[in-house]
Write a protein that binds this ligand. Structure first.
Ligand code: HEC
Length: 276
């Protein structure tokens, strides 16, 4: 028998053994619930074993000398390295970055969910607070409205000797005076002989007797709505600023109106308002 024939029959018989061993390994591994990676590894071991048996039984090769031996050695080294690298590459790899990526994929949506939860909670709290402040504002407004009515009642009351303005009305007068100072109405107007250094606007000491609260509010929101008699020039120059509806909140305007309504010193001449 030529050596090539015996080598082929050896290869076939050993490979058959290796395949049988591999199948037995896989079945056993599956029965023992090994992960798939291990099943692949067992198959590889079976073939490695087969290779060892083939080498053990292989017919001796002819001895190589000199340059031939060096080339054969390098070729052998290259083949072994190639098999090793290719095999290692085919096995599942554990790249820390990939693993970290997987963990991030699991953890991030959870973190985002809690973050989202926190933001939603904050939004809900803001809404609650908003509703709360709205309720307070409404109460203030109804209080302010009642006080304006109180002032009106007190005007009529004074004339007929009735009751005076309530305590709440007094508080609002103080708040309104504060607004008068804050908005620097005194730059152009005099009250109680104070302010109006530039003498551009009329005394307001008796304005409470001349203008109703609604009229005063209208004048503040739109200075073009009324003109003080004798102040045509100033009115036409639009001296009284048209900015309070932007600068002041509704409750603040109401407070200021309450204060102006309380100015009822008929000894100080205040010009008559003319509806425009
Ligand atoms: C830059 C000057 C100026 C400022 C500031 C100003 N006013 Fe006047 N105001 C005038 C002038 C001028 C008139 C008279 C002409 C007119 O009626 O527009 C007037 C008229 C008025 C009148 C009508 C008086 C009347 O008898 O008819 C009222 C009320 C009034 N101002 C209230 C205020 C209040 C309250 C403020 C502050 C929030 C204010 N003004 C700020 C210049 C000013």
């Amino acid at each position: 028998m030529p050596p090539s024939r015996s080598l082929i029959s050896l290869l076939v018989s050993r490979l058959a053994m290796g395949i049988v061993a591999a199948i037995v390994f896989v079945i056993a591994a599956r029965l023992m619930h090994f992960p798939q990676v291990f099943q692949i590894m067992f198959v590889l071991y079976a073939f490695l074993g087969t290779l060892v048996y083939i080498l053990l039984d292989a017919p001796p090769v002819t001895r190589l000398d000199g340059l031939k031996a060096v080339v054969a050695l390098i070729a052998f080294y290259a083949v072994i390295s190639g098999v090793f690298i290719a095999g290692a590459n085919m096995l599942p790899q554990y790249d820390p970055r990939v693993e970290k990526g997987k963990i991030d994929k699991i953890v991030k949506p959870k973190m985002a969910a809690t973050e989202k939860g926190r933001i939603e909670e904050l939004l809900k709290r803001t809404e609650e607070l908003n509703a709360h402040s709205q309720a307070i504002l409404k109460r203030l407004e109804t209080l302010g409205g009642a006080s304006v009515k109180n002032i009106e009642a007190s005007v009529k009351g004074k004339e007929s000797g009735g009751p005076k303005a309530s305590g709440a009305g007094g508080d609002l007068v103080a708040l309104g005076k504060e607004q008068y100072e804050l908005q620097e109405c005194y730059n152009c107007h005099k009250v109680g002989g104070k302010g109006g250094l530039k003498k551009r606007g009329p005394h307001l000491d008796n304005v409470g007797n001349l203008m109703k609260p609604e009229e005063l509010k209208e004048k503040l929101l739109n200075p073009r709505s009324y003109m003080a008699e004798g102040f045509e020039k100033e009115y036409n120059k639009k001296l009284m600023p048209d900015k309070y509806k932007e600068l002041m909140s509704d409750p603040e305007i109401d407070q200021l109106v309450v204060y102006l309504s309380s100015l009822k010193d008929s000894t100080v001449e205040t010009p008559k308002p003319i509806k425009k």
